[in-house]
Every structure is written in C-alpha cells, then in structure tokens.
Design a binder for this molecule. Structure first.
Ligand code: HEC
Ligand code: HEC
Ligand code: HEC
Ligand code: HEC
Ligand code: HEC
Ligand code: HEC
Ligand code: HEC
Length: 471
C-alpha cells in the first residue's frame, strides 16, 4: 500500500539538518515537540565503544565509532503516579461495553483503536519466522533478529567481529506497538520507567522489517531515542507522565489505543449516573460532539490531526473546551507544507476550501465515521459532495464519456493524494515518500489531467471486458 511512508520520520527535519552530526544533544532536540522551549532533562545515553568489545575496530559510519547507542540506566526509583486514569475519567472501552456493545464491537477494528497495542504475535505485524525475522544492514557485522525470547518478543542486536567472530548481542523487548499497520509500525521499549523507541520498524508496503524512519541510519543500532509525552498524547488514550522528565512514565497507568474518552471526554460520572439510573434513555454527563459547534467538534480531531505549538499536555484537554489553551493551531498550511513532519494538517487545509468558507463549515465526521473502519471513504465522500453540489456544475461529471465514472471519484481530482518529498522515509531500497490526501477541496488541473487518463483507461477496459463477454 503506497501510503505506507506515513510512519514519518518524527525527527526528519532535525535529521536532515543534523545528518552526520551524531551527537545526542543535537539529535534529541525533537524540534516539533518543543518548538520554543529550552530542552530539559534529556536522558543520557552512551555509545557502545570499541573498548566495550576490545578487538572490534569500527571504522566510519555516521559519527565515527558511536554507531551503537544504548540508554543509560536510570538512577532514580521508578516513577509512580498518585493519579490514576480512572480518577480523571479516562476509562477504557471495556468500561462502556455493558451499555454500548455495538459501538465497542465496531470500534475495535478502527485504526484509532489499534494505533497502540500491547505486544503479541497478533499485534506485531512483522514476521518472527526464521528466514523472515532478520534485518541485515549495510555493515556485514551488524544485524537484527526479531524473535520470541523468554516471555517477550524482542529485537536482538547481533554484532559479530568479521575476523575474530567475537559476538556481542543485546535484546530489547518490543513492549508497546505503535501504529495500526495502515502504513507501518514502530516499537517502543521500557528501560525501567523510561520509554525508548527501538531501532527496527515494520513497513507494510514492503511487508518487511526496516530501519526506523528518521535518524536511524542503515548500519547503526540505536535504542536510545527517548519517546516524549507528545507521542503518547496522539497515540494512546492516557498514561501518567512525570512532568519534569522527558520520557518517564508510570507504566501501570497506560490505556492503549486512541479510544472513546479522547473524543467524548471524561466518562466516570456518566457511567456512575447510568449505572444508578438504568431506565434513563438520555445520555447524561458526557460530551456528544454532534451537539458542539463545528469548530469545537473539529478541534477534538485537531488534537492529533493538525500542526501547532502545544502549550500544555493534551491529556488535560476536554472535548468542548477551546483547544487553543492547549495547542496553538497553525491554520496557514499550504499544499507544500501540509505534511507537517509526521501527520498531515487536515484541519487547516479543509478550512481553506471554498466549500468550507462559503458555508457554515462542516465537521470531519461528514466523511469519517469514528466508530467504524471505513473501507470506502472515497465513495462515501462522493455522496457527501453531492449533498451540496447536486447541480453537476462540474464539466468532468457532465462529460458524456467518463462522467459516470467521474461521479464516483470527486475526490480523486478535488482532494489530490500526493507523494510528499519532504516526508520521505529512508529504506535500503530507496526513499519512500508519504502519500497524503490534501484536504483542501479545490480545482487542481495537474491532478485532473492524470485522473482523466486513468478514467479513460478504466472506461476502455470496461468496454473491452463487456465486448469480450458478449462475442
Ligand atoms: C451503565 C450504562 C452505560 C455505560 C457503562 C456507559 N454509557 Fe454511555 N450512555 C448510556 C445511555 C443509557 C445513553 C443514552 C442512550 C444512548 O445514546 O445510547 C448513553 C449515551 C452516551 C453518549 C451519547 C450522549 C448524548 O448526549 O447523546 C455517549 C457519547 C456515551 N454514552 C459514551 C459513553 C462512553 C465513552 C462510555 C464508556 C467510558 C459509556 N458511554 C458508558 C449508558 C451508559
Ligand atoms: C501530533 C500527533 C502525533 C504525534 C506527536 C505522533 N504521531 Fe504518529 N501518527 C499520527 C497520525 C495522525 C498518524 C497517521 C498519519 C495519517 O494517516 O495522517 C500517525 C502515524 C504513525 C505511525 C504509522 C501508523 C499506521 O498507520 O500504520 C507510526 C508507527 C507512528 N505514528 C509512530 C509515532 C511515534 C513513534 C511518535 C513519537 C516519536 C509519534 N508517532 C508521534 C499522529 C502523531
Ligand atoms: C475519534 C473520535 C471518537 C472516538 C474514538 C469515539 N467516538 Fe463516539 N462519537 C464521536 C463523534 C464525533 C460523535 C458525533 C457523531 C455525529 O456527528 O453524529 C460521536 C457520537 C457517539 C455517540 C452518540 C451517537 C448518537 O446517536 O448521538 C455514542 C453513544 C458514542 N459516540 C459512543 C462511543 C463509544 C462507546 C466509543 C468507544 C468505543 C466512541 N464513541 C469512540 C467521536 C468519537
Ligand atoms: C488522540 C489523538 C487522535 C484524535 C483525538 C483523533 N485521531 Fe484520528 N488518528 C490518530 C492516529 C494516531 C491515527 C493513526 C492510526 C494508525 O493507523 O495507527 C489516526 C488516524 C485517523 C484516520 C485514518 C484512519 C484510517 O482508517 O485510515 C482518520 C480518517 C482519522 N484519524 C480521523 C479522525 C477524526 C475525524 C477525528 C475526530 C473525530 C480524529 N481522527 C481524532 C489520532 C487521533
Ligand atoms: C456543505 C456544503 C458543501 C460540501 C459538503 C462540499 N462543497 Fe464544494 N462548495 C460548496 C460551496 C458553497 C462552494 C462555493 C461555491 C461558489 O463559490 O460558487 C463550493 C465550491 C467547490 C468547488 C470550487 C472550488 C474553487 O476553489 O473554486 C469545488 C471544486 C467543489 N466545491 C467540490 C466539492 C467536492 C469534490 C466536495 C466533496 C469532497 C465538496 N465540494 C463538498 C459547498 C460544499
Ligand atoms: C469532504 C470529505 C472529508 C472531510 C470533511 C474530511 N476528510 Fe479526511 N479524508 C477524506 C478522504 C476522501 C480521505 C482519503 C481516504 C482514502 O484514501 O481511503 C481522507 C483521509 C484522511 C486521513 C488519512 C490520511 C490521508 O492523508 O489519507 C486522515 C487522518 C483524515 N482524513 C483526517 C481528517 C480530519 C482530521 C478531518 C477534519 C479536519 C477530515 N479528515 C475531514 C475525506 C474527508
Ligand atoms: C476528472 C477530474 C474531476 C472529477 C472526477 C470531478 N471533477 Fe469537479 N472539476 C474538475 C475540474 C478540472 C474543474 C474545473 C473546471 C473549470 O472551471 O474549468 C471542476 C469543477 C468543479 C466544481 C466547480 C464548478 C464551478 O463552476 O465553480 C465543482 C463544484 C465540482 N467540480 C464538483 C465535483 C463533484 C461534486 C464531483 C463528483 C461528483 C466532481 N467534481 C468530479 C475535475 C473533476
């Protein structure tokens, strides 16, 4: 699937600038997470140096010898939060199922529900089968093997001296799976109470293990890249984070997946009320986004689907409140800068459409149903376009030849999917560029030219198969 490249280099911009500068201080400066804040408490890491396995003479590589990076062992006792998720009303879907069984059933198949998962042979999409579980690298002496080991599924680093055959191995558990696999998956591991990204990711497009996107250069092994709370705010429902540290969490508080309460707000009072009033048919003490203004509805999605500077942890945001107190939205994204390093800015682009501006606006949910895995967004969307554009003012739709096809494919021309060179992912097979759907509904002549050729080809094929069927 071509969209795979969206497991975008979270650090891509930093990486591009800092390529070759293999210094932690530079690399750790995740600019989009702390745009204007000074960096504090960046956890320390150490390179495994030649001295660590004396005979190895390691030449070259980005940054000379420091091409195996491991985090230092934290010195403090483990972080324990005094706040539990349930006290804040962050309940898991299991807490809704007794009364909303249908929603819970369809919801578990969505990419939101599956965007972070505990590890298992089901949730980890890359193969653990011998013969398919090894990632070789540009250095013959370095490879990774993904396998079950004791009670964990691990990424094992295997370093072998080309002459002496001395072997260094180290195993890092895949403790948390990030990504539904639409595009790919990355894996996080716990070093005591610190969360780090593992070196190897999985790319759906090629069904293969790859070096993680971003500054994970081929021929290096990096298990020391801290995972900041901002990653968690977009990919998990809740986790207690130590506000003073960059990647320190209370692991026992994790609720994986982006689930109900991230869009409906704290639900403990709702649940308590309805348990006490089983005959009540009106939902109480819970946010129904449909009852909010369009702006407030879309801000729920913008927590994670926009670009901007965050002022405060989004785990504190409540649907229905003005998002700007948490996140300063950047609504100026252009077609070129749409793909802010990791996720696209759908809200900004949508709001720049005349469809949006010349009406009272509409919600993301016009085209996206958050409660089910929509296989066919394109067709659904075409129907939504027709709600406002019944008259067929579009010359392509009126075309006698291809009009009937064009009628189902409004978005192919009016919301172009583009490969974005800014957000390329490096693999050994070459760069894979992200394919993003521009949410500015507009007139795009170049896209139309390509789509027209495609429509004509489809038409020809259909005619040929009809002729073939009735000789
Ligand atoms: C003890 C039963 C019960 C539990 C548990 C429960 N709900 Fe509800 N909920 C209801 C009832 C009854 C309604 C009103 C009827 C309906 O819309 O289904 C409702 C309605 C809602 C609504 C719509 C509110 C509106 O204004 O229309 C939302 C959203 C909602 N629930 C979310 C949740 C979430 C999220 C959870 C889990 C964290 C949850 N509920 C758990 C009983 C429950
Ligand atoms: C601002 C919110 C945000 C942050 C921060 C964020 N992500 Fe994402 N991530 C997304 C969105 C949105 C997508 C889906 C991209 C799309 O379809 O537009 C995504 C996609 C992914 C995917 C691919 C999932 C798939 O569809 O298969 C992976 C893996 C991933 N992110 C890992 C990470 C990691 C690791 C971090 C932190 C180092 C991180 N993300 C930080 C929002 C975020
Ligand atoms: C990604 C955001 C998101 C997630 C996650 C989500 N919802 Fe919703 N939900 C919405 C929106 C938006 C609406 C309003 C839809 C509309 O416009 O009709 C809604 C509406 C509802 C309603 C009211 C439906 C009605 O008839 O008015 C219920 C009940 C509900 N959700 C339950 C759940 C439950 C239970 C879960 C978890 C299993 C869940 N939702 C997960 C965004 C979400
Ligand atoms: C807390 C963060 C968060 C919120 C809130 C959120 N999303 Fe997402 N969304 C994500 C992440 C992360 C992904 C990538 C999931 C993956 O594939 O791993 C995603 C994926 C998606 C996708 C691609 C899904 C697919 O099946 O290909 C759509 C569409 C989407 N979100 C729409 C919405 C809408 C609409 C809302 C608001 C009603 C919303 N999201 C709210 C984080 C969020
Ligand atoms: C809520 C109503 C609404 C929806 C839904 C809607 N539009 Fe529009 N659209 C409008 C209005 C109003 C205009 C402005 C008309 C004008 O300027 O004469 C417009 C303008 C346009 C234009 C001209 C844009 C330009 O920059 O000149 C195109 C193309 C278009 N719409 C296509 C679509 C497509 C395709 C969809 C579905 C993906 C869609 N619209 C969904 C209301 C809507
Ligand atoms: C007029 C219909 C429409 C509206 C409104 C809309 N989207 Fe989309 N969205 C689409 C279509 C069509 C796709 C492409 C689906 C596909 O390729 O299967 C898409 C794809 C996505 C994706 C997957 C990433 C990608 O680039 O393909 C995300 C995430 C997303 N939309 C989020 C949002 C958010 C957030 C909003 C509100 C700010 C929103 N969408 C509003 C039609 C819409
Ligand atoms: C093959 C590409 C293609 C497809 C498919 C397509 N359009 Fe268009 N559409 C265009 C182009 C190009 C224009 C601009 C025509 C011009 O003004 O020269 C346009 C113009 C429009 C306009 C603006 C007309 C005006 O005069 O302002 C609307 C509205 C529109 N299309 C809606 C739709 C809808 C709704 C669909 C699906 C039912 C659709 N289009 C399918 C290419 C396409």
């Amino acid at each position: 699937m071509p969209r795979s490249a969206l497991i975008l280099a979270v650090l891509l911009l930093a990486a591009a600038g800092a390529a070759g500068l293999w210094f932690l201080s530079v690399r750790r400066a995740d600019p989009q997470y702390w745009p204007r804040k000074p960096l504090q408490n960046v956890p320390t890491a150490h390179a495994v140096r030649p001295a660590d396995w004396a005979e190895l003479t390691l030449a070259g590589g980005p940054g000379g010898n420091d091409w195996v990076l491991l985090p230092d062992q934290p010195q403090q006792p483990p972080f324990r939060s005094s706040v539990q998720a349930s006290q804040r009303g962050f309940l898991a879907p299991q807490d809704c199922v007794e009364c909303h069984a249908e929603y819970c059933e369809t919801f578990q198949h969505t990419s939101h529900a599956r965007t972070s998962m505990l590890p298992s042979t089901d949730s980890i999409l890359g193969s653990l089968q011998p013969g398919h579980n090894v990632l070789t690298t540009a250095r013959t002496e370095l490879q990774f093997r993904m396998q079950q080991q004791d009670n964990a599924i691990v990424q094992q680093v295997i370093l072998q001296h080309p002459e002496t055959r001395t072997v260094f191995t180290g195993s890092f558990p895949m403790d948390l799976v990030f990504g539904s696999g639409n595009h790919g998956q990355s894996y996080l591991w716990w070093n005591a109470d610190r969360l780090y990204q593992a070196h190897v990711s999985y790319l759906s497009e090629s069904d293969a293990w790859v070096n993680s996107p971003g500054p994970y250069f081929d021929g290096t092994a990096d298990f020391a890249r801290p995972v900041p709370v901002r990653c968690m705010e977009c990919h998990v429902t809740w986790i207690a984070a130590d506000p003073k540290e960059m990647n320190r969490f209370d692991r026992s508080t994790l609720i994986p997946g982006v689930t109900c309460v991230r869009c409906h707000g704290p639900a403990h009072e709702h649940v308590a009320y309805h348990r006490q009033h089983p005959d009540e048919t009106q939902g109480r003490r819970i946010v129904n986004p449909a009852a909010l203004t369009i702006q407030r509805q879309n801000e729920i999605c913008a927590q994670c689907h926009s670009a901007g500077e965050d002022h405060a942890s989004l785990f504190g945001y409540r649907p229905g409140e003005p998002l700007e107190q948490w996140l300063q939205l950047d609504l100026s994204a252009s077609a070129e800068s749409n793909a802010d390093p990791h996720a696209a800015n759908q809200l900004a682009r949508l709001m720049q459409s005349r469809c949006f501006q010349q009406t009272s606006g509409f919600a993301c949910t016009l085209c996206h149903d958050p409660h089910q895995n929509q296989a066919d967004t394109l067709t659904i969307t075409a129907q939504q376009c027709r709600q406002c554009h019944q008259q067929d003012p579009c010359p392509e739709v009126q075309s006698e030849k291809t009009g009937s096809l064009a009628r189902q494919r409004c978005v192919a021309c009016h919301m172009p999917a583009r490969r974005d060179a800014q957000v390329a992912m490096q693999t050994r097979q070459g760069n894979i560029e992200a394919l993003l759907r521009d949410h500015q509904i507009g007139i795009w002549p170049e896209t139309t030219a390509i789509e027209r050729i495609r429509l004509e080809a489809t038409l020809k094929q259909t005619l040929q198969s009809v002729e073939g069927a009735t000789p």
